[in-house]
Design a protein around this ligand. Structure first.
Ligand code: UDP
Ligand code: MG
Length: 138
């Protein structure tokens, strides 16, 4: 059973899309084993996206991610990293497949509704960034 970190980004929270995103996970056999709403500080967002610190979009991305509340979740299931990435769709919503979360709701390459870990190593780092072991249900 794999684990991944999902974040419902500030654009989705402010637009009332929390339920819509969660419904897609639940309808696709993904189990939520931890969940919290929080507002990241600029520093927290910079730490979370440290792999992107040299990218031209880093400043804007970390401003956006610290601009309002997000919902962080641990998702579990078979091949959940890939499964979640498939449900999310491509980073650029214009290139995302039909029926994906980003294709249906994103408005911008940055404001693209959801985050999902991209590998087991990233998932481990990202889960521990928001959750301790006692916050995950069995
Ligand atoms: N992003 C952006 N401009 C880009 C690429 C990415 O603003 O040209 C933002 C976008 O919000 C994306 C996040 O940076 O979700 C992290 O980028 P990554 O390439 O890791 O995409 P993801 O894994 O989220 O699909
Ligand atoms: Mg990524």
């Amino acid at each position: 059973m794999g684990k991944t970190l999902s974040i419902i980004k500030p654009d989705a929270v402010s637009r009332g899309l929390i339920g819509e995103v969660i419904k897609r996970f639940e309808n696709n056999g993904i189990r939520i084993t931890a969940m919290k709403m929080l507002k990241m500080s600029k520093k927290q967002a910079q730490g979370f996206y440290a792999v992107h610190r040299e990218k031209p979009f880093f400043e804007s991305l970390t401003d956006f991610m610290s601009s309002g509340p997000v919902v962080a979740m641990v998702l579990e299931g078979d091949n959940v990293i890939e499964k979640n990435r498939t449900l999310m769709g491509a980073t650029n919503y214009k290139e995302a497949a039909e029926g994906t979360i980003r294709r249906d709701y994103a408005t911008d390459i940055e404001k693209n509704i959801v985050h999902g870990s991209d590998s087991p190593e990233t998932a481990e780092f990202e889960i521990s960034y928001f959750f301790n072991q006692f916050e995950l249900v069995d």
